[in-house]
Design a protein around this ligand. Structure first.
Ligand SMILES: Cc1cc2nc3c(=O)[nH]c(=O)nc-3n(C[C@H](O)[C@H](O)[C@H](O)COP(=O)(O)OP(=O)(O)OC[C@H]3O[C@@H](n4cnc5c(N)ncnc54)[C@H](O)[C@@H]3O)c2cc1C
Length: 262
């Protein structure tokens, strides 16, 4: 049941929610009630997410509250909201539209990954549009038969001259259908897993929506990489450190998705 009179963050006192965060979330709550609630009802009933265009327009609106830059460093244009703040915002979105809370959490987490691991060139090219909600990342870890056991990922990024050639199938990928680029966990040589950025227009990949039992109003996809040729400069973070990066950084979206269930 929705309880709109509930004071924001009182029960999160142990995490040190500041007065500023409390006020920001209360103001967002009014926006979410008015703007997102009717959309949540509409799209869950319709059994499908909004179009990419409408999603991007909504990203712009919620971008005003700083959500998309919550996990981005100050020097990269972050909003300073941080993980606790974003978790509170996610809870507010999910009260009206759980599917969209997923969509936003992945967008914010993607921006955070670029800020944390990206080279100056990657940030210049991809981070600005992601922060503005104009470019959509998806994060490709899970595969058929590979979920919690990330170390078993089979997708490959094979070296060929100055390029990686990326092949493999990813499953359950949030925002895959509307994505412009994919951050792919793939096996590079014998060193283990690395992150490689594959851009849809420049390098090519295919997506297919997955029909689910619930959360119809969020995008969840299969993603197929069929020998996508990507310059080595698209390596994100340290080569061979993909498993460690995943354990360290993917706890963020997981925590945010937990907030959608609160
Ligand atoms: C709506 C939705 C969106 C998603 N979005 C993304 C996304 O954007 N990108 C992405 O890469 N993936 C995504 N996923 C996939 C998600 O991350 C996986 O479902 C998750 O990692 C669990 O993997 P699994 O489903 O294969 O379950 P399994 O790995 O088979 O786990 C099933 C259960 O067994 C437990 N378990 C597993 N191994 C052990 C063990 N060794 N010891 C004890 N318990 C264990 C798990 O905790 C879990 O409770 C999404 C999934 C959904 C449903």
């Amino acid at each position: 049941m929705r309880d709109d009179s509930r004071p924001v963050g009182k029960e999160q006192g142990m995490f040190g929610v500041s007065d500023e965060q409390r006020l920001a979330v209360e103001s967002f709550r009014r926006f979410a009630e008015k703007r997102l609630r009717p959309l949540g009802d509409r799209y869950e009933k319709a059994g499908a997410p909004p179009s990419r265009e409408e999603t991007i327009a909504l990203f712009r609106e919620i971008g005003e509250f700083g959500l998309l830059g919550a996990l981005v460093r100050d020097e990269d244009g972050g909003s300073g909201i941080g993980m606790i703040g974003l978790a509170l915002f996610s809870e507010e979105i999910a009260r009206h539209w759980a599917g969209f809370a997923f969509t936003v959490a992945i967008q914010a987490a993607g921006a955070g990954l670029l800020s944390e691991l990206g080279t100056p060139e990657q940030k210049r090219r991809l981070l600005g549009p992601t922060l503005r909600g104009e470019s959509v990342p998806c994060m490709c870890i899970s595969e058929p038969g590979v979920g919690s056991n990330v170390a078993e990922a089979k997708a490959r990024a094979d070296e060929d001259g100055d390029d990686f050639v990326v092949s493999g199938q990813k499953l359950w990928i949030s925002n895959g259908d509307i994505s412009d680029f994919a951050i792919v966990v793939a096996r590079t040589g014998n060193e283990g897993l690395s992150y490689v950025i594959v851009e849809r227009d420049a390098h090519g990949y295919q997506t297919r929506p997955i029909r689910k039992m619930a959360l119809h109003s969020t995008f969840t996809s299969e993603v197929f990489f069929d020998g996508a040729r990507v310059p080595k400069t698209n390596l994100l973070g340290e080569r061979g450190k993909g498993l460690r990066q995943t354990v360290r950084l993917f706890e963020r979206p997981r925590t945010l998705l937990c907030m959608c269930a609160v």
